[in-house]
Design a protein around this ligand. Structure first.
Ligand SMILES: [Zn+2]
Length: 306
């Protein structure tokens, strides 16, 4: 989970009309070891709003965070050293929740998220995912998923959108330029639409532009998680535990996953959904089938034999 206010404001303006086959595999898998993006965030968090750094819950989270960081030393160093991050618990949150503010390297849990985790592995699953949002600096508007930034059409549209945004901001400051602002906003929306369609095409899946952040946080978070020696099955059990899916949803999904493992490539894929988080079944399927059984089976195998 992640604060997407700025992303949603921009991206929900449009929805794509393109249809993609649901059988195709996700064409984008993260590159093992590529766990950061952009210039490192300088400086420690301005404030760590922990109620009390000495509480048992915070101590437990920090211990897990240190284990993840030590096993992923290439990532968690310098500006991303664990001493530079805030890992805390917000006692005022009543929902099952964990939130990240990548710009201030802060990850906050609700007390109930800690309570539903059945063991350290399950808690580390959520923590790894949130830490991936920090290391990947998921900041919202202006970001492109890994392959889109290499796509000339996408890069061109992104540069033009960014220029338009500056122009709109300039006109807004002047005042009384509503007509021009309206016209430029229309152009901006068109560009955004074409960028979103490009992302969906690159990922080979409808609505990928809505949830590629969360896909990437799962992929990179799961890499942190397995490198720290946590058990993969608990990443999946925590996904289900923190979701609102029914037992039937779960059982149906297990069948899809089993079929895909038995007949790679020809089995049906679950729906990605049209939310900021892909559906729980999509996330479980993507990790277990795409990431762990295909894309990164050999890297994970090497870890197992150490
Ligand atoms: Zn997330």
């Amino acid at each position: 989970m992640f604060n997407y206010a700025s992303v949603i404001a921009v991206l929900l303006v449009v929805s794509t009309a393109c249809a993609f086959p649901t059988r195709s595999g996700s064409q984008v898998k993260h590159i093992w070891g590529e766990t950061t993006r952009g210039a490192p965030l300088a400086g420690a968090p301005a404030q760590c709003p922990n109620s009390d750094p000495q509480t048992q819950q915070v101590t437990r989270l920090r211990q897990l965070a240190n284990r993840i960081a030590q096993s992923n030393g290439d990532t968690f160093q310098g500006a991303l050293d664990m001493s530079q991050m805030c890992i805390g618990v917000n006692a005022a949150w009543s929902n099952i929740d964990a939130r990240t503010q990548p710009e201030v390297k802060t990850v906050m849990f609700s007390p109930s998220m800690l309570m539903i985790a059945q063991n350290d592995d399950e808690l580390a699953a959520v923590l790894s995912h949130e830490l991936a949002h920090v290391t990947l600096q998921h900041a919202g508007f202006g970001e492109a998923p890994p392959r889109a930034s290499l796509d000339p059409d996408f890069a061109d549209a992104q540069a033009r959108a960014s220029a338009l945004q500056s122009e709109i901001a300039k006109l807004a400051k002047m005042g009384g330029r509503d007509k021009e602002i309206f016209a430029l906003s229309e152009q901006f929306a068109q560009l955004q639409k074409s960028m979103n369609e490009r992302i969906d095409a690159i990922y080979g899946e409808k609505n990928a532009h809505l949830s590629w952040f969360e896909q990437e946080a799962d992929e990179v978070g799961a890499e942190f998680f397995v490198k720290a020696g946590f058990k993969k099955e608990f990443y999946l059990s925590m996904l289900w535990r923190s979701s609102t899916a029914s037992v039937e949803d779960y059982q149906k999904c297990q069948k899809l996953i089993e079929a895909a493992l038995q007949q790679p490539g020809s089995a049906a894929r679950p729906e990605r959904g049209n939310k900021v988080h892909p559906t729980t079944c999509w996330r479980a399927f993507h990790l277990k089938v795409d990431e762990w059984s295909h894309a990164h089976a050999s890297e994970i195998g090497t870890l197992g034999s150490r």
